[in-house]
Design a protein around this ligand. Structure first.
Ligand code: COA
Length: 317
């Protein structure tokens, strides 16, 4: 058994906030943000928009693109670090929103690598026969856990969601290989200083940006090499790289390390900023809908985030 991608979808909050607008309330400038990160704007959720509402919208669009009914879904895996509630899993809220009476539904937490973890788990469950059709979602409202007094982090993130519909097929392989890693001893480089079992507060994101940057370039290049080898591909076989959209400089440095031409790298960080677990499926959906990623194309995805965690996937669309 293998699993193939039937369709994709994505969603953004209504409100777009440019760097200039942010600079009215945060001690920063448009020039600094663009030069250090490539970010020009981000979308921020209002009170009526939640991780589950964005996830549901992305899921509906993915189902429509896949041409299947919500009732045909028997597995929902949702990657998020900003769930609606501590429990139950936001995946179950999406299930209810979609009107699915019974299916497997759970969240995975691997922060910005969450979507790669969710994709790997979903692919394994489809191959193993636990389910036939899966919704794999990355959805976040990071604006809720940002410290808006900390200019070194609050300018970097945005909210959004992306989703894929996968189907298990005999003798067909869409997801060719995935590779995942975690290094929990680097917790202090990127974490949230709150949680139910410690402070009983939601907490705020804290990051040692320079150190995260250094780890990102090394780890992402390594895991991309690993996944390409596992899939029997070389860099020359890749049509598109869909990276986690953290920072334009990380994207450039990783592409250079692997000698990948910049025009094969899908970049949305300028438009959406870092949407954590949502960024890879969001960028993938943008590139499918604007016609860059075509059926049959070879695509690699990669991400790295808090944990530290990192991972990659190689697929044929
Ligand atoms: N606006 C203006 N100035 C800012 C600023 C902001 N938003 N944030 C920081 N600065 C200032 C700092 O105070 C510092 O000033 P100083 O030299 O007077 O002390 C200066 O800019 C440089 O700060 P530094 O943190 O060293 O900048 P940097 O070049 O490392 O860039 C990041 C900061 C966060 C953009 C960069 O480290 C990065 O991209 N890291 C990876 C982060 C990431 O992608 N994380 C998510 C992974 S999932």
């Amino acid at each position: 058994m293998g699993s193939v991608i039937l369709g994709s979808g994505s969603a953004l909050p209504k409100r777009c906030v440019t760097n200039e607008e942010l600079a009215q309330s945060v001690d920063t400038t448009n020039e600094w943000i663009i030069e250090r990160t490539g970010i020009r704007q981000r979308y921020l959720a209002d009170d009526s928009e939640t991780t589950s509402s964005l996830a549901t919208e992305a899921a509906k669009k993915a189902l429509e693109a896949a041409g299947i009914d919500a009732a045909d879904i028997d597995l929902i895996v949702l990657a998020t670090a900003t769930p609606d509630q501590t429990f139950p899993a936001t995946a179950t809220t999406v299930q209810a929103n979609l009107g699915i009476k019974d299916c497997i539904a759970f969240d995975v937490a691997a922060v910005c690598t969450g979507f790669l973890y969710a994709l790997t788990v979903s692919d394994s469950m489809l191959r193993g026969g636990n389910a036939r059709r899966a919704l794999v979602i990355g959805a976040e409202t990071f604006s809720r856990i940002l410290d808006w007094e900390d200019r070194t982090t609050c300018v970097l993130f945005g909210d959004g969601a992306g989703a894929l519909v996968l189907e298990s097929r005999e003798g067909e392989d869409g997801i060719l290989a995935t590779r995942l890693h975690a290094a929990g001893h680097h917790n202090e480089l990127l974490y949230v200083d709150g949680g139910p079992s410690t402070t009983q507060t939601v907490g705020h994101l804290r990051m040692r940006g320079r150190e995260v940057f250094r780890h990102a370039v090394v780890n992402l290049a390594e895991v991309l090499n690993e996944v390409m080898e596992a899939a029997g591909m070389t860099a020359a076989d890749i049509d598109w790289v869909v990276p986690h959209q953290a920072n334009a400089r990380i994207l450039d440095a990783t592409a250079k390390k692997l000698s990948l031409p910049a025009d094969k790298v899908i970049v949305t960080v300028d438009q959406h900023a870092n949407t954590s677990a949502a960024s890879v499926p969001l960028a993938f959906d943008v590139a499918v809908r604007d016609g860059r990623i075509q059926r049959g194309d070879m695509v690699v995805m990669e991400a790295m985030g808090g944990g530290l965690t990192w991972g990659a996937a190689a697929l044929r669309y």
